[in-house]
Write a protein that binds this ligand. Sequence first.
Ligand code: PDD
Length: 281
Amino acid sequence: RTVYVNGEYLPETEAKVSIFDRAFLMGDGVYEVTSVLDRKLIDFDGHAVRLERSLRELDMGVPLSKDALLEIHRELVRRNDVVDGMIYLQITRGAAADRDFVFPDPEEVPQTVVLFTQSKPGLADSPAAKTGIRVISIEDQRWGRRDIKTVQLLYPSMGKMMAKTAGVDDAWLIEDGYVTEGTSNNAYFIKGNTIVTRALSSDILHGITRAAVLRFAREAQMQVEERNFTIEEAQQGDEAFITSASTFVMPVVEIDGVTLGDGKPGPKALRLREIYLEESR
Ligand code: PDD
């Protein structure tokens, strides 16, 4: 596989990053995941805009223009012959001479930029979309700036492990009694013709897929309520689903052991998945 590191395209075995890189030592970096379907990037613009925002919120510079980033994404898709899959992009504050909590002078320490691809043939036809996924709820113990897409993913990883140990697919995170989002996705339930999902704030990541799906839902004459909701309310919904760049719209059929509807993916969630996949390709 060919990867991109700081201006160079290299075989993955030759790509190197310093052990002093601040993402390695301190989780001081941001990332984006963009899907590829039929060799085309999905929602690239949205991811590029959010990346710049994440960088600015952490007082990091923007090392590459949107056009330059787009070109790197396209080049990696070509070089690795990615038909379906994803591109991972990470930008860190770079490698200072010593470990230090204080940010290094950006004039002296260049940022680290890394991109790589992962092929996932048939990504849009995921079998999970046909059965739906099952989730449990766990306490949200992440930091308070979840609107910034940082590489600090230890708690979300632990959450996935808790789900795995419980024999289900994923976890929804609960803060002060209300669902924030999934470990790596935004969370929704549907009651009647209304989709409910948490409003945007620093409590959740402002999902690029979320923005597109809510727009398509409104265009399809569905009501959208952006507000807090509890697990109990979601369990009483007709349907539930999650969204993310890697899963698109994924139906949820069970929450904390309670089956939704007939236990099959709901028609509205499946319709939104279909619309999203049609419109964004
Ligand atoms: N995760 N919320 C969290 C905590 C996320 O990590 C993600 C994305 C989302 C959905 O955002 P988007 O629709 O822009 O992908 C919501 C990516 C896919 C990941 O970490 O792999």
